[in-house]
Every structure is written in C-alpha cells, then in structure tokens.
Design a protein around this ligand. Structure first.
Ligand code: ADP
Ligand code: MG
Length: 368
C-alpha cells in the first residue's frame, strides 16, 4: 500500500542551482500521478529524490507514513523506468526481467512466477527468448516496464518512459501503461513534459515550473479550472486578454477589454471594480455566430484567416480594439464562413477564467 509524501522538498545543486524549491505533495495508494512541466523545471530531480538517487537539501520523504530520507535506493522498494535504461545485451528477455530478482536471491519458483506475471502484463511472453538486438523500440520499452513490475515493488516511478518511442506507439502505450498499473493496483509516479501524455494517463497531475508545484488536480480540474495564467497556457490552448473590472453583481463581474474594447460578462465574482485583470478562454470554447445573431454574450469581430486542419478549423478573428481571438471550430462549421466576414463571437461567462494582472505578463505566458 504505497503512499508517498513529500514535505518541503528543496534540492540545490552546487551553490545556487535550485532544482526543486519547496515541493509538498501526497500521492495516494493506487494513484497514478504525473509530474508535468517544461524541461528543466525539476521533475527528474524530484523523481530522483523520491527514488533516493539524490539526497534533498531540505525536507522529508515519507513512504507509507515512515520517513525514508536516509534509506538507500535499493531498500526503498521502488521500481523505476527511465527513457534510456540499460538492458543487458547478452541476456534474453526472460533473464533481463529476472535479473534484479536473481541478485536478491529469491527462491527459483517465486522468480519464475514474477517474471511470468510481468511478461504477461506487458504482452511479451512470446518474446521471452529473444535478445535485445532483435527487439523493436516499443518491445524494449516493454521489457523495461516488465523489469520494474517484476521487482515486486508496488510503487513504480517512470521518468519520460515513452520518450524514445514514435508518436503512434506512444499513444497506444500510454493507455496500456495505465491499464497495467490499474490492473496490478500499484501506485505510479510518472514524469513527463508532454501534456497530452499527462492528461491521458493520470488520475492527478502536478504541474511544475521552476522547481515549484503550481497546481495539483485531476486532468479535468486542470483543464477547466487552471489556477494561474501559466497553467491555463501550458495545458491546452487559450486566448488571453487584458481588461479592467467595470461592474460587479452577484453573478459575476463585467470586464471592459483594453483600449475601449467590448465588455465581457464573467461568472467570477471574487474581484472588485477598478482592478486590472487578465482573462482567458480556451480556443475550443470560442463559438461563432452569424452577424445578425442576438445570442447573449457575443461580441463582434472580423475573420482574418481560416486554417483547415481536418477535423477542425482554426479561425483567427480581430476585435474592434484590435485584440485577436483564435477559435477552434469543429468542421464543418455550423454556418458558412470566409475571410473578411464579420461575425459574432461568443464568450460564455462560465468558460472565462479571470486572473490578477501579473507583475510580468510575458513571464507568466512563457512556456518554460
Ligand atoms: P526536468 O526533469 O524537469 O527537465 P531536472 O530536474 O533535470 O528538470 O533539472 C532541474 C534543474 O536542475 C535544471 O536547471 C538542471 O540544469 C539542474 N540540474 C539537474 N541535475 C543537476 C546536477 N546533477 N547538477 C547541477 N544541476 C543540475
Ligand atoms: Mg527530466
């Protein structure tokens, strides 16, 4: 029943490279949790601290309520898979998977049972006698995962485990990896910079930036209620606008868009008149209506460009205050549109997220 808890973890390399900066996180037994963030944000370092491969500068690591900060990695009972991991080239698949059990001197029958179970889980029984040189990249990845499963650790850590696979294998494998973990009832902590992977595979995601966790939530929570401009921008695709609160009532606030732009109704009533804000709406939540429409919550704009992407269109629209809006519209559109058309675009209040105007908007909107 692995439950992992990180309390105030800080890791400084050398004098002043702060890789992890006060991370608090609890991973429940049986949970599939992903650390997601741009390259260099501290995911691998956090992973290595949990695994015991790196000693934190400050803070504590708990496993099932027991502090393990001083326990060496081999005694933590954690299975690991990396993007580039060592497979012994002179051992066949079976022996590669059995290796860590053999060096720990388990009884022969138990080793056989474990290896068989692990190879079954990853669908590699038929390849048990094959050597690494004869395996494809996805098959090698399966061996790596089988090896981690075979260790009998109920806590598995994955660091970009699908990073070396082609896109088409990756999608398949994500679903499979999640299925394996759920079937075994194990706990998994998975590190990736790929938001699609995180969304697809996780029960919860912890979004990291510059050594800190910004938000922890289910994929749906992060998607529908990002708590910061960075998270709103990093997960999915959003439009961002500047404006000022000009009116407030029980249902929400009205925002006047910058440069005398249109007024937008929101359902966020936590703010006050006169505040400068940034608000966002996801590109797929922007709806188009014909110019004559009197649908509520619509504002006027002009279509600048339309890109056809098969199942959907990207429509680029300019508002009267010259702000641009990008809409992702399912194909075919509900009414004919072309470049130069004036249309009504709908910002439904429930789809609008409002944020304090930050000290440095450019920094908040950067994806690293
Ligand atoms: P991620 O896995 O999210 O890409 P890392 O945890 O690998 O990020 O790195 C976080 C930061 O710590 C980066 O700035 C990286 O350069 C630095 N870093 C990581 N490992 C070391 C190390 N062994 N020595 C010095 N700096 C390191
Ligand atoms: Mg990394």
């Amino acid at each position: 029943m692995p439950n992992v808890k990180l309390v105030n973890i800080k890791k400084v390399f050398g004098k002043d490279v702060v890789a992890v900066d006060g991370v608090n996180l609890e991973v429940q037994d049986g949970e599939y949790l992903t650390l997601l963030g741009p390259s260099g944000c501290g995911k691998t370092t956090t992973f290595r601290v949990i695994a015991g491969l790196e000693k934190q500068t400050e803070g504590q690591v708990f496993l099932d309520g027991v502090e393990i900060s001083d326990v060496p990695p081999e005694d933590r009972g954690i299975g690991m898979v990396f993007q580039h991991f060592e497979i012994f080239p002179h051992l066949d698949v079976w022996d590669n998977v059995a290796y860590s059990l053999k060096i720990r001197i388990f009884p022969k029958r138990q080793i056989e049972e474990q290896v068989l179970k692990a190879l079954k889980m990853v669908n590699m029984i038929d390849r048990a006698g094959a050597f690494p040189r004869d395996l494809s990249a996805p098959e090698l990845q399966r061996v790596g995962i089988a090896r981690a499963i075979a260790t009998m650790s109920k806590l598995l850590l994955f660091d970009e485990p699908l990073g070396s696979l082609d896109q088409r294998y990756r999608d398949e494998f994500r679903i499979e990896l999640r299925r394996i973990i759920k079937e075994l009832g194990y706990t998994a902590i998975h590190v990736t910079h790929d938001q699609d992977e995180a969304m697809m595979i996780s029960d919860r995601i912890a979004v990291m930036r510059q050594g800190k966790i910004l938000q922890v939530g289910t994929p749906t929570e992060l998607y529908t209620r990002p708590n910061s401009i960075f998270v709103a921008n990093f997960i999915g695709e959003s439009n961002f606008f500047n404006g000022m609160i000009i009116k407030k009532n029980e249902t929400g606030v009205k925002i006047r868009m910058r440069a005398g732009g249109p007024v937008i109704q929101t359902s966020d009533n936590s703010r006050n008149i006169g505040e400068s804000v940034v608000f966002s709406i996801r590109k797929e939540f922007v709806k188009l209506h014909p110019l004559g429409s009197n649908d509520p919550y619509t504002i006027e704009g002009e279509i600048q460009e339309i890109s056809f992407l098969g199942s959907y269109l990207r429509v680029y629209i300019t508002l009267k205050n010259l702000d641009s809006v990008e809409a992702k519209i399912t194909y075919p559109p509900r009414f004919p549109i072309q470049v130069g058309d004036r249309v009504r675009i709908k910002f439904h209040p429930k789809n609008i997220m409002v944020y304090d105007y930050p000290k440095n908007l450019e920094y908040e909107l950067a994806l690293e």
